[in-house]
Design a protein around this ligand. Structure first.
Ligand code: A3P
Length: 320
């Protein structure tokens, strides 16, 4: 076990003993809690989040599988929601000087990740949060409130590549890097942090079908394909549609430009800054393309993942 494990409460260690365990990536082990694989510290944080978070109707929650476009979706949402406070074309926009994960923090790492119960009631409204917690494990308080959830996921082929490369960049130096084959084996078996990917995707997918006013489901490919269209849909979904003046004054285009991969990647804060004193911000920006998987997959991998996708997502209506 690792350092993170040693810091856990006695109850959490007891709980872990009762959970299925597999070899992790970036952590010695993952444990399955509510059918999802997590590193030990996350389970403790998620239970605290489930028990203590009090949602407000105006809350906006950005949800995702890691490495699916979280950074981009957070930036777009922050820019849309705050467009009257900060013009998206202004030179000192917060997105130009801060890493977006500091502007839209994650429940499970920033707020509930350090054995403390944060007081979030005084944050300015609407409060913007991020989380990778799956739909069915969100706190009751979120499910009962009228708050809005926007979810993003990504074609599993590109998702795998982005995940594997990211983990190898941030893996503690005490652990060996994962070969492509080893990582792929675990990914196809569903053993990734917050995986299996298909369960995560399907839970939000169904949530968006049953509660379309509460959950908006997006894919990275949607945004890449027609960012203008989806930006407008996001603003409508949040109840703050762009008016005709904004449309004619280029506000939408300014937000797209502000949040573009090229722009964000080149910012000083994203070239040299750190998130949680742990992850270099630059690792959140790699290639930002659809279809890079072709450079990393061999034919057997393509065949295998296609089959997993067909088995797990076939018939759900969700396709990439
Ligand atoms: P690649 O590894 O394929 O380049 P997450 O934000 O969930 O961690 O996802 C990371 C992926 O989103 C990475 O994909 C990263 O390059 C890409 N990304 C980050 N910021 C982006 C942006 N502003 N626009 C488009 N893609 C972005």
């Amino acid at each position: 076990e690792d350092e993170e494990y040693e810091k856990l409460s006695h109850e959490s260690k007891e709980l872990l003993l009762s959970l299925p365990r597999e070899k992790g990536w970036g952590h010695p082990y993952f444990y399955s809690y509510q059918d999802i694989w997590y590193s030990p510290g996350l389970i403790q944080a998620i239970i605290s989040f489930q028990n203590h978070f009090q949602s407000k109707e105006s809350d906006i929650i950005i949800t995702s599988l890691p490495k699916s476009g979280t950074t981009w979706l957070k930036a777009l949402t922050f820019a849309i929601v705050n467009r009257n406070r900060f013009s998206p074309s202004q030179q000192n926009h917060p997105l130009l000087t801060s890493n977006v994960h500091d502007l839209v923090p994650f429940f499970e790492v920033n707020y509930y990740g350090n054995n403390q119960i944060p007081n979030l009631s005084n944050l300015p409204e609407p409060r913007l949060f991020g989380t990778h917690v799956p739909f069915n494990s969100l706190p009751d308080s979120i499910m009962k409130s009228k708050c809005k959830i926007i979810y993003i996921c990504r074609n599993p082929f590109d998702h795998f590549v982005s995940f594997w490369i990211f983990i190898n960049k941030v893996i503690p130096s005490s652990m060996p890097k994962l070969s492509r084959e080893e990582a792929f084996e675990r990914y196809s078996n569903g053993v990734t942090e917050f995986g299996p990917f298909w369960i995560h995707m399907l839970r939000y997918w169904r949530g968006s079908k049953v509660m379309p006013n509460k959950v908006m489901f997006l894919t990275y490919e949607d945004l890449k394909g027609d960012i203008n269209f989806f930006l407008k849909r996001m603003a409508e979904f949040l109840g703050i549609p762009f008016n005709s003046d904004e449309e004619s004054n280029g506000v939408i285009e300014s937000i797209i430009e502000l949040c573009s991969f090229e722009k964000m990647k080149e910012l000083e804060v994203n070239k040299n800054g750190k998130f949680l004193q742990k992850y270099e911000n630059k690792h959140f920006f790699r290639k930002g393309e659809v279809g890079d998987w072709v450079n990393h997959f061999s034919p057997w991998m393509e065949e295998k993942l296609s089959k997993v996708i067909e088995d797990k997502l076939g018939g759900s209506g969700l396709s990439f």
